[in-house]
Design a binder for this molecule. Structure first.
Ligand code: NDP
Ligand code: 8X3
Length: 254
């Protein structure tokens, strides 16, 4: 494999992760793309390899599965180990309920994915970055990790944890030197709300009615700005909101 930089993106089958994959492909990155939906990964690999002179490695992976994450990265082919960029993007919200009405299975899924999954992947990828004395981790947080909104409770808690980990990782890893950044978006129309409302596409659509939401490429472009700074510059975090959403939970709809 030639010496193009390598980026690993979790949750590349949809939304922000997929948009980051496409943008990095146009910028000559080789890509390791992960997600649970293999068919989508295969299709994305085929499209990107056809369009760009890059190689794409796909790993079907549930980030909640600690053993599977360990196995996937311990058996990573040598030519893919020199990872320059890790985008910790895989994540989800489930449900939107006042705390007393919350569904504990939803809570477990959000904590296992957004928090523990991010940790499992990071723990298994950072040794490669330390070995190669380079790396940039971008953690996908949320405005829900900076503020809270009604009924967002556990999702907000997981994203506040991502915010704390982003700052802690930077403190721990800058000595190697590994850069660590977070992107905190407001409302982006992806499959996020369909997942949150367990496949209810009609309800999901109402989240984005009456205002201009962000789209996944808006977020990918902001991520690219962070990645594309010279090595001595670390953008610690960026918050990116629709103009119509001045804060979490507040949207000016027409
Ligand atoms: P999507 O639902 O469109 O994409 C989520 C991605 O995460 C999919 O590729 C999905 O892949 C992957 N994923 C979910 N669970 C797992 C899992 N257990 N193991 C591996 N991959 C998983 O939503 P977004 O693109 O909007 O979300 C991406 C990130 O952005 C999330 O962390 C989300 O919290 C965050 N975010 C989203 C905002 C929004 O308004 N949309 C705003 C702020 C932050 P698959 O199902 O194939 O496994
Ligand atoms: C999701 C952000 O504002 O749509 O992470 O709840 S918001």
């Amino acid at each position: 494999m030639n010496s193009k930089p390598i980026a690993l993106i979790t949750g590349a089958t949809s939304g922000i992760g997929k948009a980051c994959a496409e943008l990095l492909a146009t910028n000559n990155f080789q890509l390791i793309l992960t997600g649970r939906r293999t068919e989508r990964l295969v299709e994305l690999k085929q499209n990107l390899e056809k369009q760009f002179a890059i190689k794409v490695l796909i790993l079907t992976l549930d980030v909640r599965n600690r053993e599977a994450v360990e196995l996937a990265f311990s058996s990573l082919p040598k030519e893919w180990q020199s990872i320059d960029v890790l985008i910790n993007n895989a994540g989800l919200a489930m449900g939107l309920s006042s705390i007393e009405n919350g569904n504990i299975d939803h809570w477990d899924t959000m904590i296992d994915t957004n928090l523990k999954g991010l940790l499992y992947v990071t723990k298994n990828v950072v040794p490669y970055m330390i070995e190669h004395k380079k790396g940039h981790i971008v953690n996908v947080g949320s405005i829900a990790g900076k503020e809270v909104y009604a009924n967002g409770n556990v999702y907000c808690a997981t994203k506040h944890a991502v915010d704390a980990l982003n700052r802690s990782m930077r403190l721990d890893l800058s000595k190697y030197p590994i850069r660590v950044s977070a992107i905190h978006p407001g409302a982006v129309e992806t499959e996020f709300s369909v997942v949150r409302f367990e496949g209810d596409e009609v309800r999901a659509k109402t989240v984005y009615e009456g205002f201009e939401n962000l789209v996944a490429t808006d977020v990918a472009e902001a991520v690219w700005f962070m990645l594309n700074r010279p090595p001595h510059v670390n953008i610690n975090e960026m918050t990116i909101m629709p103009t119509a959403q001045p804060m979490a939970g507040v949207i000016n709809r027409k």
